[in-house]
Design a binder for this molecule. Sequence first.
Ligand SMILES: Cc1cc2nc3c(=O)[nH]c(=O)nc-3n(C[C@H](O)[C@H](O)[C@H](O)COP(=O)(O)OP(=O)(O)OC[C@H]3O[C@@H](n4cnc5c(N)ncnc54)[C@H](O)[C@@H]3O)c2cc1C
Length: 444
Amino acid sequence: MKYFDVIVIGTGLAGLTAALELVENGKSVIIFEKEKVIGGRTSSWDEDGMIVESGFHRHIGYYKELPRVLRKVGVDPDKIVQWEENVDVRIKGKKDTATFGMSPIFGPIDMLKGVLGNNDILSWKDKLSLARFFVNGFIEYLKNPDSLDRASVRDYAKKHHVSEHALHYAVIPLSAGIFFLPPERYSCKVFFGLFLPAIQRFYRMRIGGYLGGMTELFAEPIANYIKKLGGEIRTESPVKRLLVEDRKVKGVILEDGSTVNANYIVLAADIGSAKTILKEPFLHDAAFHRLFQLKTMPAVTVQMEFTKPVLPYDRTTFGPLTSLASFAEQSRSTFTHVPGRLSIILTPPEKYLTMDHEEIVRQVQKEGKELGLDLESSLTNYRVVSRPEDFYSLEPNNDRYRPEQKTAIEGLVLAGDYTRQPYFATMEGAVVSGIKAAKIILQS
Ligand SMILES: Cc1cc2nc3c(=O)[nH]c(=O)nc-3n(C[C@H](O)[C@H](O)[C@H](O)COP(=O)(O)OP(=O)(O)OC[C@H]3O[C@@H](n4cnc5c(N)ncnc54)[C@H](O)[C@@H]3O)c2cc1C
């Protein structure tokens, strides 16, 4: 029987990064992935003739470790990203759009225009209330981030007298638009913690859409590099359970009944799957008590193809006060093989998890109309992608349950965006967790 130094479970960015760091340091590594396609929440695949993705993603200019990993495997991040200096907020019922600059260095004029203009949407009083809210939030985050986890964004906005108008057209686009949750369900710690690096690394700040599907753009290049260094990757190989003896890992049992042994396991599955795998050996183990209390949340996206573009340019757009949390036209950037394509993240996700897909599309078309979008007349194809438990919940009072990568079980290390690292549930967070997981093994 073949024996490995390390078994990695999952080919999301966390698992791939951990495996990359380990093979580079001479470890023999095998990765098991339950799906046919690698990449996890950063994947793209052909679903009955339509190319779909796990959901539209934005690359943030302040990311450090994801670009470093990409460069290592020969991918120039600037060549796979179409940078945007602005975001649009569409105003419900008005067929109007407010544009805000995101990049003080790459788009200073747009940034100034966004702050000084848009006065029909945000009055000077609204803007001042927002400035107070953000400054206080950042200061409090730097002083005591955990205290912020007790408050929801809505409560904090109320405490700092943010007007309803400013809440609707600035705070909701940022909370619902980024993590699909309305401000009353969104932890202040996550809200300010996610924006703080944008202030600290303001000179790199901008956001970008990918110039292709994510499996092809980065999961595959990372996987090929791992294979070149001797690592093995097996897709369609779900891990059923961990083999543990005397609180030390011995290997895994796959769904097909076969056993694979190793000294270490990096469990880099999403939180829902990680809980399932850990349940049998550790549900009543005090060392995992907190992890089992970490709540999860779903993500639901709808991806639509059209005979012509719906929007005049490919840019991140928010639809506050509707279910269309954030969306973008992608026919000039990510999916250029179709004349028109929109990827939409829905809020609140729970509402759409069990809804019939046709019904979801009807609802999206109706609410799209309220934002001045015609999502009906030239629609040719659509898919709904639902992920019931892939995210740890970003609601207040949940962050404290996020586990460290190191566990009390000898040889068992966790990785994934839900594990403790400063970038919350993002691609950068997943990469950082993978690096931390690999380091634990390399140092032991
Ligand atoms: C709709 C959407 C939009 C997003 N937008 C952004 C964005 O704009 N910017 C950003 O930075 N981040 C964004 N994210 C978040 C980002 O995608 C995730 O934080 C990151 O990809 C998580 O990586 P991961 O490796 O931790 O987990 P995952 O990518 O979930 O990887 C876990 C892997 O484990 C596999 N697995 C599970 N169970 C088993 C098993 N039993 N055996 C074998 N394999 C198993 C899964 O199939 C999966 O491949 C978004 C996510 C979604 C869903």
